[in-house]
Design a protein around this ligand. Structure first.
Ligand code: NAD
Length: 416
């Protein structure tokens, strides 16, 4: 169904912003499509001795503000359109946090759960052999995304540097720390999101330390959010968590550390001692101060948006709310911190990683946290001010801020 095609959704969101900004047709046409995209066929020798051909992509959406930047996703459902959408959102994400980068994304259509470690290594190296001519510190810089890890970044860096015959640690971010990775990269996405929640509670006059919160998707982003919410906001009651196997609820609060330990031990949250079961649908509709959609796309749709009671929805996931649902949430006064603002902490610390690689001088964890806090706080207020000025919801306001910056860079370059 074309309405659920993420690239069509990304284009529709852009169209609305362009209409309000009154951009000319050439700028609109330029921003609606990737400026460059590559498609690769990757032959990879499997452990069995047979050769399999993988379909792979790299999309460089817009480079007006700097080298394109964006993760590499390995997923069975990966298509050129998912990569285009994620590359567009990366363009708006780097712009909203005002870092000097453009947006890009890569993908390989594969099921990593079926690949051995050696097959993953050969696939990672094959991807770089195909993409290397189009990658460089000052051209296009990949990073991890769904199902790609710091180890995969390490193999890709090694292949790139072997091809080039010299060291280029900044060509890939999300590396292991011994290879030039940054302190604070691991929890950066959730940390950045929690900083924006702290600012939202101030703006809405909510007592941050007394907030209740619920997390849909207790994975990488969700688990860090569970602990960081209390650390950054000075308190809070975690009412419910869920994963793909179901959810758990406790009126008096779930201990985040115990929940993480239990999830690591059992691979699920269901059955966590001291809690009662809750469905994923009911979790989303809980009467909490803050909801963290941290799982997949299209969690909040026209079907359930009217029943969302949270005061703030902080979208750590990409694309969890459909455009129809956005309108309903706005009408009902749910304050949405949109995905490409809420989860921009990851790319922001990736940018810090590149800066450190360039200087060959490494920051402390405290440096990373304070720089991240400043970027996320500034970005939140730029978007919030725009939302008040134009009387629009936060997602549209984020588009207005980001798209106008990218459009200005295109104009200054004389492209339009
Ligand atoms: P992850 O795979 O570690 O975690 C996802 C979690 O969601 C898993 O626990 C899974 O069981 C759960 N889940 C899946 N379907 C669910 C459902 N229907 N209901 C409830 N839970 C469900 O992935 P992640 O890295 O935490 O990413 C989660 C989201 O955050 C994705 O949309 C991703 O694009 C986005 N994101 C992550 C990062 C990051 O740095 N990790 C950065 C930017 C955006």
């Amino acid at each position: 169904m074309s309405e659920l095609n993420p690239f069509k959704i990304a284009q529709a969101q852009l169209d609305e912003a362009v209409g309000i900004l009154g951009l000319d047709k050439a700028t609109h046409d330029l921003l609606r499509w990737p400026m460059r995209e590559f498609r690769f066929l990757l032959p990879v020798r499997m452990d069995s001795g047979e050769t399999r051909i993988f379909h792979a992509y790299r999309v460089q959406y817009n480079a007006a503000r700097g080298p394109t930047k964006g993760g590499l996703r390995w997923h069975p459902d990966e298509t050129i359109d998912t990569v285009r959408a994620l590359a567009a959102w990366m363009t708006w994400k780097t712009s909203v946090v005002d870092i000097p980068l453009g947006g890009g994304k890569g993908g390989v259509t594969c099921n990593p759960k079926e690949l051995s470690e050696t097959e993953k290594e050969r696939l990672a190296r094959a991807y770089i052999r195909a993409a290397a001519p189009h990658l460089a510190v000052d051209r296009d810089v990949p990073a991890p995304d769904v199902y790609t890890t710091p180890q995969i970044m390490a193999w890709m860096l090694d292949e790139y540097e072997t091809i080039q015959g010299c060291k280029h640690p900044g060509v890939i971010t999300g590396k292991p720390i011994p290879l030039g990775g940054s302190q604070g990269r691991g929890d950066a996405t959730a940390r950045g999101g929690v900083y924006t929640v702290r600012e939202a509670t101030k703006a809405l006059g909510i007592d941050a330390a007394k907030t209740s919160y619920a997390i849909q998707g207790f994975g990488n982003a969700g688990q860090f959010a569970a602990t960081l919410h209390r650390e950054v906001l000075g308190g809070g009651t975690l009412a419910a968590i869920s994963d793909s196997g179901g959810g758990v609820y406790c009126k008096n609060g779930i201990d985040p550390d115990k929940a993480i330990h239990y999830k690591q031990e059992t691979g699920r949250v269901a059955g966590l001692p001291g809690t009662e079961p809750i469905s994923n649908e009911d979790l989303l509709e809980l009467d909490v101060d803050v909801l963290y959609p941290s799982a997949l796309e299209n969690a909040i749709t026209a079907d359930n948006a009217a029943r969302i009671k949270a005061k703030i929805s902080c979208e750590l996931a990409n694309g969890p709310t459909t455009p129809e649902a956005d309108k309903i949430l706005f009408k009902n006064g749910v304050f949405v911190i949109p995905d490409f603002l809420a989860n921009a902490g990851g790319v922001t610390v990736s940018y810090f990683e590149q800066v450190q690689n360039t200087y060959n001088y490494y920051w402390t964890l405290e440096d990373v946290h304070s720089q991240l806090d400043r970027r996320m706080t500034d970005a939140f207020h730029a978007v919030h001010d725009m939302s008040k000025k134009e009387s629009v919801h936060m997602r549209l306001a984020a588009y207005l801020v980001s798209v106008s910056r990218v459009a200005e860079a295109c104009k200054l370059r004389g492209w339009v």
